[in-house]
Every structure is written in structure tokens, then in C-alpha cells.
Design a protein around this ligand. Sequence first.
Ligand code: HEM
Length: 130
Amino acid sequence: MKDIKTRNDIQTLLESFYHKALTDELISFFFTEVAPLHMETHMPLIVDFWETVVFGVAKYKGNVLQVHQHIHQLSAFKTEHFARWVVLFQQTVNELYAGSNAEMVKQRAESIATVMRIKLLHSGIELKNN
Ligand code: HEM
């Protein structure tokens, strides 16, 4: 299996990941009902995000925590949602890629999910106006 080397590899990874996430019994409702995903506009953004994470290029200019804070206010995230998200993401990487970038992206996904979970669930951030 090859490693993640290009933007196109990231796009392939994310298409496969969303295929799982959109049909997952625990978390799909976030993508289909809470904050319905517009794949055409969402995909380039999220590919930018992961390109920034994996290749260190300054492409993603958004605020990923704020986006999820908004979702959290609409329908509260729970620890198990983050746990499932990470499992699906890591499974997808394992099915498609192997190598140092593949390892790194799995670690980064897990650590970003952990930070997001702690900030959203355990800091009272959801009580502040935004
Ligand atoms: C419980 C777990 C998660 C769920 C259910 C979830 C769901 C969603 C949803 C519904 C959107 C909104 C799409 C839109 O409105 O266009 C979104 C955006 C996004 N998510 Fe997540 N997410 C989760 C965790 C994560 C994690 C851990 C990461 C990163 C490691 C991540 C990265 C992103 C990015 C980059 C965007 C686009 C942000 C932007 O529009 O600027 N998500 N997510």
C-alpha cells in the first residue's frame, strides 16, 4: 500500500471516510440532519484542512473548533461520537494507505478529536455566546 503523498490522496481518503460517516448509525445524523453536508462546498475546505495538517501548507483558513462549537449547540456531541469518528477515520486510513504520513494523519486526527472533545464537552464553552 502506498503512503499519502498528494492532495488527491487526501481527497480519496476523505471521500471514503464520508461514505462511512454518512451511513454510520451513531454519527451520520450530524451530517444528514444537524448540519447537512454540502459535499461540493465542504470537500475542498476539508481537503484544505487535511493538506494543512499533513503537508504543513497554509491552506485552511477556517476555525474548525468554532464550526464544531456551532454544531454542538444545535445537537450536543458526546464522547462516544468523537470515539466513533476517530475509529472510522483511522479505519479508512488503514484500508487505503500505509507509511509515515498515514501514521501521522491518524495521530493528528485522534489528538484534534481529543482537544475538540475536551474543549466542547468539559470547558463550558457551549454556554458562552457565539
Ligand atoms: C463527533 C465527531 C464529529 C462530527 C459528528 C463532525 C461533523 C461535522 C459536520 C456536521 C460538519 C459541518 C459541515 C458543514 O456545515 O459544512 C463538520 C465540519 C468539519 N469537520 Fe467535523 N465532525 C466531527 C469531528 C471532527 C474532527 C475530530 C475533525 C478534525 C480532526 C473534523 C474536521 C472537520 C472540518 C475540517 C470541517 C470543515 C470546517 C469548515 O467548514 O471550516 N471534524 N464536521
